[in-house]
Write a protein that binds this ligand. Structure first.
Ligand code: EPU
Length: 337
């Protein structure tokens, strides 16, 4: 295993702040996972797996080994009259995988077009957009369990999937995902309920939606609303949409009738965190090197070459102002190191 010492992480994550790591290595095979963990254990040093670093914020030097996941490959496992089963390497780019499926006309992941990141990162926070989550088409996940030093395959029901969470996020560092198995549909049921998708399909006069038309609509919506991390440092939504009780929702909606919220269960509501942040006056505000994105308040952007801690402090100011105005404690979606 080849390790580099004292490297800059700047080009390895989408906020682009210039923190460092003590050690760095690339993982491009199953064997490399075992060797790297062995190496870290022998040196008694912490490790961290990076995909394309699009949901992470470094606030200081990582005193340990950063491992960049580059296991590639898309393999067809089996095909039936209605479904296709694929195994995809954890290091594959998520959007490339989506486009691969779209081009074949296989449905399931088209609503998740243009989400930055890798396939191996998708189950960790159960990425989601426009009414679909990764868990909806994941069959199983294969990972190296560092507690037992064995590879295991967890079925969907064993992965603890929830809104932007999973077993892999809760048990941080325990599992190193090597591949994800997906099930795709040959006669897909299209999910076009999300307002903006309906609108774009309507504008384009697409009466018979297809996997491709939905993917293109999502690409258009995301490109218009979310900053491209290649051009402006960001990690997508910085916070999660909070869930509150129905009783509390009723108190808040009486005070703030324009607040955007959706019922989740009989007694819980999900609140649009972007609306809360905008209502606190943050939309488009820049302080130093950091800002709240002008088109979507849930996104924190890094304009210049500031340190990660400045981004973190800015997010803390947002949290405190939302807490003061609404008594809601926002949780970060982005993983902080
Ligand atoms: N809104 C505002 N002001 C804002 C932002 C949003 O009023 O500054 C309102 C919108 O008008 C809308 C509601 O809040 O009525 C929800 O906004 P949007 O549809 O943009 O979605 P979101 O809840 O802000 C979530 C995901 C996104 C995903 C979109 C679309 C989370 C944390 N974020 O955002 O995911 O693309 O839905 O499904 O759940 C990501 O995780 O990185 C991400 C971009």
């Amino acid at each position: 295993m080849e390790t580099t010492q004292n490297i800059s992480l700047q080009n390895l994550h989408s906020f682009g702040s210039n923190e460092k790591a003590n050690y760095f290595a690339i993982i491009d095979s199953i064997e490399a996972i075992e060797k790297s963990i062995q190496w870290a254990k022998e040196k008694n040093t912490p490790y961290l797996i990076l995909g394309s670093g699009t949901n992470i914020l470094f606030t200081k030097t990582f005193e340990g080994l950063v491992l960049k996941m580059e296991i590639l490959g898309i393999k067809k496992l089996k095909e039936t009259a209605s479904e296709v089963f694929l195994e995809v390497g954890a290091g594959e780019n998520w959007h490339h995988f989506v486009i691969y499926c779209v081009q074949k006309g296989w449905g399931g992941v088209e609503n998740l077009s243009l989400i930055p990141g890798t396939v191996g990162a998708a189950p960790i926070q159960n990425i989601g957009a426009y009414g679909v989550e990764a868990k909806d088409c994941i069959e199983s996940v294969t990972a190296f369990d560092t507690h037992t030093a064995q590879f295991i395959t967890l079925q969907n029901s064993e992965c603890g999937f929830g809104y932007r969470t999973s077993l892999f996020k809760i048990e941080k560092s325990r599992y190193i995902i090597s591949s994800v198995q997906f099930v795709l549909q040959k006669q897909p049921i299209f999910r076009t309920d999300y307002g903006a998708i309906k609108e774009v399909l309507h504008q384009k006069n697409n009466k018979q939606p297809s996997v491709e038309a939905i993917s293109n609509a999502v690409i258009q919506i995301r490109s218009e609303k979310l900053p491209d991390p290649k051009k402006l440092g960001n990690a997508g939504s910085f916070f999660k949409n909070p869930t509150i009780t129905k009783d509390f929702f009723e108190i808040l909606i009486a005070k703030f009738p324009k607040m955007i919220a959706y019922p989740i269960t009989d007694d819980t509501y999900k609140i649009a965190a972007g609306w809360l942040i905008e209502a606190c006056g943050w939309k488009g505000i820049q302080k130093g090197n950091v800002g709240c994105y002008e088109k979507q308040s849930l996104v924190i952007v890094h304009y210049n070459n500031g340190p990660g801690i400045e981004i973190y402090n800015f997010s803390e100011e947002i949290i405190q102002s939302v807490l003061a105005k609404f008594e809601i404690l926002l949780e970060r979606e982005v993983v902080i190191y």
